[in-house]
Design a protein around this ligand. Structure first.
Ligand SMILES: [Zn+2]
Ligand SMILES: [Zn+2]
Length: 253
């Protein structure tokens, strides 16, 4: 199994997981043309994507899903709460409702959704597997929970939200209401909380950690990497960062 990120942050997210002959996209926050270009950078075409799994309705995740899925006839997997935000004209034949507690598979990719605290209707995040290795992804998480940590334990790779540095957020220029929303329990994970969460996991098999969904205003890659490396007691060079423009290249799990 391998995975790549097409871009990560508040301006758009998409990640691709490949196992056997199946490729699954998680979220699509980019326009159709841009998504095709970003797929091209990692050697893929739209027709390579067997399904799109969606985390929640925020524009940076759902914004590009309907048009891209419709254009290329790709089924979309999402909770009923998230599905309410699809355009009314989106064809039901492409909709696959998921239960946030029930694992499913698309071709050779096993997918375990799990509910997360975030300010959306019925948000989930995902663990992907091939029956052998597991990749856990949490890009929008207000706070950690016991259930989230159970799902992310025993993964071989993790993509973890490191949205902001708390000092940069509070010292920055955002309106106070927005600061409260971001830092709140249904907002986004800061570097220190992300690091503490990863430290709490069962991680004997963990081989890849990637910081994702970094705020361009309220964080730096160096701060996120340092926080995770300190918590894990590893070299900073071992921690990857998914950025808004380039995402990150394919990694074999
Ligand atoms: Zn987001
Ligand atoms: Zn969100």
């Amino acid at each position: 199994m391998r995975f790549t990120c097409l871009g990560s942050g508040s301006a758009g997210n998409a990640l691709v997981v490949e196992s056997g002959r199946t490729r699954v996209m998680m979220d699509c926050g980019f326009g159709s043309t841009e998504t095709r270009e970003r797929l091209g950078r990692v050697g893929l075409r739209p027709s390579d994507i067997a399904g799109i799994v969606v985390t929640h309705e925020h524009d940076d995740h759902l914004g590009g899903v309907a048009r891209f899925a419709l254009k290329h006839a790709i089924p979309v997997y999402l909770t009923r709460g998230t599905a309410q935000w699809l355009p009314v004209e989106f064809p039901a034949v492409l909709v696959r409702y998921i239960n946030p507690h029930t694992a499913f598979s698309i071709g050779d990719v096993l997918i375990e959704p799990f509910p997360v605290p975030h300010d959306a209707r019925e948000p989930v995040q995902y663990v992907f597997g091939d029956g052998n290795v597991r990749l856990g992804v949490v890009t929008d998480l207000g706070c950690s929970t016991h259930h989230v940590e159970q799902k992310l334990s025993n993964c071989h790779a993790l993509v973890v939200e490191c949205n902001h540095d708390l000092d940069m957020l509070w010292g920055g220029s955002y309106p106070v209401g927005l600061k409260n929303r971001i830092a709140g329990r249904f907002g986004h994970l800061d570097n220190a909380t992300a690091a503490a969460m990863v430290k709490n996991l069962e991680r004997a098999q963990l081989r890849h950690v990637i910081a994702a969904h970094l705020s361009e205003q309220n964080n730096t890659p160096a701060l996120a990497v340092t926080a995770l490396a300190n918590a894990l007691g590893c070299e900073e060079s071992w921690i990857g960062v998914a950025d808004q423009r380039d995402g990150f290249a394919w990694r074999d799990v």
